[in-house]
Design a protein around this ligand. Sequence first.
Ligand code: FES
Ligand code: FES
Length: 170
Amino acid sequence: MSREIKFLLNGAQTCVAIEDDWNLLYLLREKLGLTGAKEGCGRGECGACTVIVDGLAVNSCLYFAVEIDGKEVLTIEGLAAADGTLHALQESFVKNGGIQCGFCTPGMILSAKALLDENPQPSEADIKQALAGNLCRCTGYVQIVESVEAVVDKSSGEINAAVRESGDSD
Ligand code: FES
Ligand code: FES
C-alpha cells in the first residue's frame, strides 16, 4: 500500500509518497537521491547505512520508511554547514586519515555524532563501543578512533580554556 509521510530531512520539511515495504535506506538513496548512506550488507550487520533518527544512530536498511513519519532524520548530506563548511568530525576524519576508501565513513561519522551529542566527553572505550556496529573493510580502525578522539580533545580544550578564562577574571 502506498501512503504519504512527512518528516524533517536534514532540517527541511519533506513530504513523500512511499510504499509500506520500503526501508529508509531505499527511500533516501533511490527516491530522494541522498547516496551518502551506503548499502553494505543490507541486514543490519555493517553500519554503512547508518543515519540519525531523532538523535539516535540507526541502521537505515532495517528501518521501515513508514516509521519516520513525523520524525527528524539527519544524513551525512546534512552535516556540513549550509555554506559547505565541514562539521568538526568530517574535518577530523580527513585530517587524521579516518577516511580510507570512504565507504564506511558516513556511517562512522554519524555514529560518532550521535555519541558526542549524548556524551561530549566519551572515553576511548565509549568511542569504540559506539562504533562497534560500523565495520570498515579497510580495517584501519586506529585512525577512525583517533579521528573521533581528536574532536573530543578539541572540545575538552575549549572547555578548559573557558574554565581558565573565568578563573582569570575572578
Ligand atoms: S547496509 Fe545496513 S547495516 Fe549493513
Ligand atoms: S574506509 Fe573503507 S570500508 Fe572503511
